[in-house]
Design a protein around this ligand. Sequence first.
Ligand SMILES: NC(=O)c1ccc[n+]([C@@H]2O[C@H](COP(=O)([O-])OP(=O)(O)OC[C@H]3O[C@@H](n4cnc5c(N)ncnc54)[C@H](O)[C@@H]3O)[C@@H](O)[C@H]2O)c1
Ligand SMILES: [Zn+2]
Length: 360
Amino acid sequence: MRALEFKSTGYSAFFSSNFYELTNDFFSNIKKSYSSFVVLLDENTSKHCLSPLLIEIDFLKNALFIEIESGEQNKNINTCIKIWEQLSHVKADRKTLLINLGGGVICDLGGFVASTYKRGIDFVNFPTTLLSQVDASIGGKVGIDLHSHKNMIGLFSNPKAVFVYPAFNTTLPERQLRSGFAEVIKHALIADDALWKLIKKYSLAANTVSPYIEKSIRIKNQVVKQDFEENNLRKILNFGHTVGHAIESLSLQKDKNSLLHGEAIRIGMLCETYLSHKIAGLPKKQFNEIIQYFIADLPVYKIKRADFATLLDFMRNDKKNQDTTINFSLLTEIGKCKINCTSSSELINESFEFYRKLHG
Ligand SMILES: NC(=O)c1ccc[n+]([C@@H]2O[C@H](COP(=O)([O-])OP(=O)(O)OC[C@H]3O[C@@H](n4cnc5c(N)ncnc54)[C@H](O)[C@@H]3O)[C@@H](O)[C@H]2O)c1
Ligand SMILES: [Zn+2]
C-alpha cells in the first residue's frame, strides 16, 4: 500500500502506518535540492521519535539536530532567537531544509523560525502528537505566543510536505492523546455528522485512532484548501477556540501545571455549544447530546466567577476579532457551523456560568 496523499495549497500531507512508505519517495527526490538538513526536536521527540527517521532516511544522520525544551511556555521569541543563532552559527543558507519533528509546539515554532530565517527557508513537518497530526501540522499557520497571548505573532506559510505516522502516538502520554482528540471532536461537530456518531461510541486508544486521524485530516484539508487565509469558511475551524483560547491563556498565566491546548478547547466547545443553542439555532436535542458527551469526560478545571472578566478581556484581544466585537463560529446543527456570530457579554458570561455549575 502506498501512503495516502492529501493535496493541499501547494504541498501534500502524506499518511501511512509504514514509515518507509511515508517518506521514501519524497526524501530520495529532494536530497540533492538542499545544501543541508536541520532537525528540530524536543527532549521527548528525541527520545521517542527520532529513530525511525534516522533508520529510514539514512543521510539525516549527518543533519544538524537542534533540541529545544518541550512545552507551550517555550513557544516564544526567546526560543526562536536561540534557533536562529544556531542556524546562523552553522552557516545554514537559504537551501537548508528544516525538519520539524514534534508536536504542535515544534511545528508552529519551527515553521515560524524557518519562514523568517533569511526571509524563509523550506520546512517539512513530522507531527508526533495526535493534536499536531490532525490539526497543527496542516493548514499553514505558523507562529509563537506573545507572553500569555496565544499565537499572537505568526504568518501563513506552508511546509513543503507533512508526514503523518500514527504510530508516534503510542508513546504519547494519555493526557496528551486526549487533548489531541479534542480537535477530532471539533472536526466532527463542525463538518461531519457521521464522524460524530462514530466518536460517541469510540473509546480512545493510540493503537486504534488511525481512522480518526485520516478523517480529521481530510476535513481540515478540505476546509483550508477552499479558504487558506481564513477570510470565510476556514473560520469554522475556530469553533470552541474563542472561549478555549481565553481559557488556555488564563491557565498559562496563572497555573503552574497549565491546561493543554485540547483540554482548554474541550471547555471552549462546551461553552460555545451553549452559545450555539442560544443564538445559532442548535436544536435542544443535539445540544443535550453534545453536553452529555462532554460531561461524561469533563475536564476537572474549575473557573471562578472572578475569572470571567479576565476571560472576556482575553477574548476581546483575540486576533480573530475585527474590532473589540468578539467573533464566534457556532454550530447550527451537528456537522454544520456558522461563522461570524456575535454574542452579548451577558450571554458569554452565562456560558462560563453554565460550565462552572457543571462542577457542582
Ligand atoms: N498551527 C495550527 O493550525 C495549530 C492548530 C492547533 C494547535 N496548534 C498549536 O499546537 C500546540 C499544541 O500541540 P501539542 O498538543 O502537540 O503540544 P506539544 O508540541 O507541546 O506536545 C505535547 C507534549 O508531548 C511531547 N511529545 C511529542 N510527541 C511525542 C511522542 N510521540 N511521544 C511522547 N511524547 C511526545 C512533547 O514533547 C510535549 O511534551 C499549541 O501551541 C497550539 O497553539 C496549532
Ligand atoms: Zn486547536
